[in-house]
Design a protein around this ligand. Structure first.
Ligand code: B12
Ligand code: SF4
Length: 509
C-alpha cells in the first residue's frame, strides 16, 4: 500500500483572528496531527507512509501534480482545518485528474465538526472524525485487504514488538470487536465516514477518545526533515512540537476545545520522545498542549526528569493564569521552560465573565508577576472585538497590557469560530443571522470572509486597531532593543526582519 499525507501549498488564506500580515507564510511548523497518525500506521499497522509537506519543501501545485502522476498512491490523507480546506481541495482536484484511482481521506478538526458536509464534497472518499490514529490505520488495512487494492504489500513492514514498537500495550486494531462483529469492512470502523456503492455518505459511530495516551506510539518525527521547519519566535534554529496531553476542562465560550475530556501522557512517556528528538539534534520544544499545567503532579515529575537527565533543553508551554503557582513556575524554569503563553484575552472583567474564562484580572496580574520572578518570558494573547465590547473596553485591554508588560503580545480579532458556544449563541439569539460557517462547510469557496460580531466596530475598524496595537507594542524602543538582544542566529534575524517589514507595509487585501 502506498499511503501519502499531503500538506497543501498555501494558496487561499482565510484571515482569521490573527492579522494576515503576521500569519501568512510566516513559519513552517510540523503538522503533529499527521505525524501522530503516521506513527501509529507505521508502528501498529506496519505501513510506512510518505509525508509531503508543500510548505516546508516549497512545492507548488505543479510539483504536487508531477509527484502524484508518477507515484499513483493508493490513498492520500489530509489534515484539514476550516482554514486550510480550500488548499486541500486544490490538491484533491489534481488527484482526480492525474491519479483517479487514489482514495482521498480528510481528517482533523474540520471533518470532526462538519462530518457530513465534508464527506459530501467532490473527491472526498473518507473522513475521519476525532482522533485519527486507530481509525485511519483500520481504514488503510481494510483497503489493503479489499479485492480492488492495487498493491497489497505494506510499504515497509515492521513487526509488532520490533524496533520502533517496544510498547506492548498499544491498542490493538478493533476489527473483530464483538460490538462490530456483524459489521464488515468500512462499516466496522468507528470514527469513519465513507460512501456506499451508490455514493451515499455514511457516518459510523464516533470512536471513543483513547483514555491512556501512553498506549500510543511516538509521532513519526523521523519521517520529515526537521531542518526544514522554522519558527520566528523560537530561540533555536531547530524546534520540534510535542503534545503531552489532550483536551481541556475549562469552558471559554470562544474555544472549540472547551469541556473536552482531559487526558495526559505520563512524564516517562514524554521523556522518551524528548530523548528521541534530542538524538536527532533537537534542543528546543514547543509543547502544544492547550493547558500544560492542569495536572500539577505530572508537571513536577516531568520537570524532575528533565533536570535529572541534564539534557539541557529549552521549551515553551501554554497555560492558564489560574493553573500556575510560584513553586511550579520555579520548577518549570529550572527544567528549561523559557516562555509561557497565557490566554489573557481582555482587560475588562465584565468581558472575561462574558467569555466564561473563569479567571479574574487580579489572578492574571499575579500569574505574570510570578512568571517573571521565575525568570520565564510571558506571552499575552489578547482579543478585541468581543460582542458587546466598547471603545472603553478596548482601551482597558491596551492599558492592561501596559500594566502586565509581557515580553510578547498578540492582539487577535474575536471572530467566532464554527461550532463554538459564542457562535451558536449568536445564531440562537438572532433569527436573521445566517449560519455562514455552516454554508462555508457545505460549499467552501475562496471569496469567503470570516465575520466579527461586535455591534460597535466593523471588521475593518477592528483590523486597523489590531494593526496599530501590534505596531505600538513591537516597535516600541523597549521591544526593539529586546528583539535585537535576543536574536540568536542570522536565520532568525532574517525571519524577524521579514516579519517586522510586514507591520510597516499597508494592509494587503
Ligand atoms: C499547533 C496548532 C497550529 C499550528 C500548526 C497547525 C496545523 N495545521 O497543524 C499553527 C500555528 C500553524 C496554527 C495555525 C492556525 N490555527 Co491552529 N492550532 C494548533 C493547535 C494548538 C494544536 C494542533 C496539533 O498539532 N495538535 C496535536 C495533534 C496530535 O492533534 P490534531 O492536530 O488534532 O490531530 C489529531 C486529529 O485531529 C486527527 N487528525 C489530524 N490530522 C489528520 C489527518 C488525517 C489523514 C487523519 C486520518 C486524522 C487526522 O488525528 C490526530 C491524532 O489523533 C490546535 C489546538 C488543538 N488543541 O488541537 C489549534 C487549532 C487547530 N488551530 C486553529 C486555528 C483557528 C488556527 C488558525 C486559523 C489561527 C490563526 N492564525 O488565525 C491558523 C490556521 C493555519 C492554517 N491555514 O492551517 C483551530 C482550528 C479550528 C478549526 N475549526 O479549524 C484550533 C483547533 C484551535 C482552536 N481551538 O481554535 N495552528
Ligand atoms: S481557550 Fe484554552 S483554557 Fe479556554 S477552553 Fe480553550 S483550551 Fe481551554
Amino acid at each position: 500500500m502506498k499511503v501519502f499525507f499531503i500538506v497543501p501549498p498555501e494558496l487561499h488564506f482565510i484571515e482569521a483572528y490573527n492579522t494576515k500580515k503576521v500569519d501568512k507564510g510566516r513559519e513552517f511548523r510540523q503538522k503533529l496531527g499527521i505525524l501522530a497518525v503516521a506513527g501509529y500506521l507505521r508502528d501498529v499497522g506496519g505501513i510506512t507512509p510518505r509525508i509531503i509537506d508543500s510548505l516546508a519543501d516549497m512545492l507548488s501545485l505543479e510539483d504536487i501534480r508531477k509527484i502524484l502522476k508518477k507515484e499513483q498512491p493508493d490513498i492520500v490523507g489530509f489534515s484539514v482545518l476550516t482554514f486550510n480546506i480550500l488548499d486541500c481541495l486544490e490538491v484533491v482536484r489534481i488527484i482526480s485528474e492525474v491519479s483517479p484511482a487514489t482514495k482521498v481521506c480528510f481528517g482533523g478538526f474540520h471533518p470532526t465538526i462538519y462530518p457530513l458536509e465534508t464527506l459530501s464534497l467532490p473527491g472526498v472518499d473518507f473522513i475521519v472524525m476525532g482522533e485519527g490514529e486507530i481509525t485511519f490505520t483500520e481504514l488503510v488495512l481494510t483497503l489493503k485487504d479489499s479485492p480492488h487494492a492495487k498493491n497489497k504489500e505494506p510499504g515497509n513492514l515492521k513487526e509488532l514488538g520490533g524496533e520502533t514498537n517496544k510498547n506492548k500495550t498499544i491498542p490493538i486494531l478493533d476489527l473483530t470487536d464483538s460490538s462490530t462483529e456483524k459489521k464488515k469492512g468500512f462499516a466496522a470502523i468507528d470514527g469513519l465516514g465513507w460512501k456506499d456503492q451508490k455514493g451515499r455518505p455514511i457516518l459510523n459511530a464516533p470512536r471513543k477518545p483513547v483514555a491512556k495516551l501512553d498506549t500510543f506510539p511516538m509521532p513519526a518525527h523521523d519521517l520529515i526533515d526537521l531542518e526544514k521547519y522554522s519558527l520566528v519566535l523560537a530561540e533555536d534554529a531547530k524546534v520540534a512540537s510535542i503534545q503531552t496531553s489532550r483536551g481541556c476542562p475549562s469552558k471559554c465560550t470562544f474555544c472549540d476545545i472547551r469541556l473536552t475530556r482531559y487526558r495526559y501522557r505520563s512524564a516517562e512517556h514524554v521523556m522518551e520522545e524528548i530523548k528521541f528528538l534530542t538524538g536527532l539534534g533537537i534542543r528546543e520544544f514547543f509543547f502544544l498542549d492547550d493547558t500544560f499545567t492542569i495536572n500539577k503532579k505530572r508537571v513536577y515529575e516531568l520537570c524532575n526528569l528533565l533536570i535529572e537527565s541534564k539534557l539541557d533543553i529549552k521549551y515553551k508551554i501554554s497555560s492558564r493564569v489560574d493553573r500556575v503557582n510560584q513553586e511550579m513556575l520555579d520548577m518549570l524554569a529550572a527544567s528549561g521552560c523559557y516562555r509561557i503563553h497565557y490566554g489573557v484575552e481582555t482587560g475588562s472583567q465584565r468581558l472575561l465573565d462574558y467569555l466564561e474564562k473563569g479567571v479574574t484580572l487580579e489572578q492574571t496580574i499575579n500569574a505574570f508577576k510570578m512568571t517573571k520572578k521565575a525568570g520565564i518570558e510571558t506571552f499575552a494573547y489578547m482579543m478585541i472585538g468581543i460582542p458587546t465590547e466598547t471603545k472603553d473596553d478596548i482601551e482597558q485591554t491596551i492599558q492592561f497590557v501596559n500594566k502586565l508588560q509581557p515580553d510578547r503580545v498578540n492582539y487577535s480579532i474575536c471572530s467566532p469560530f464554527p461550532k463554538t458556544k459564542l457562535y451558536e449563541t449568536a445564531l440562537n439569539n438572532d433569527p436573521t443571522m445566517e449560519d455562514y460557517w455552516g454554508e462555508f462547510a457545505k460549499n467552501p469557496e475562496p471569496n469567503f470572509k470570516i465575520r466579527t460580531l461586535n455591534e460597535y466596530f466593523t471588521q475593518e475598524e477592528l483590523r486597523n486597531i489590531q494593526d496599530k496595537a501590534l505596531k505600538r507594542f513591537y516597535f516600541s524602543p523597549r521591544q526593539l532593543a529586546r528583539e535585537i538582544y535576543h536574536t540568536r542566529s542570522f536565520k532568525q534575524l532574517l525571519l524577524k526582519a521579514k516579519f517586522g517589514m510586514r507591520f510597516l507595509s499597508p494592509r494587503f487585501k
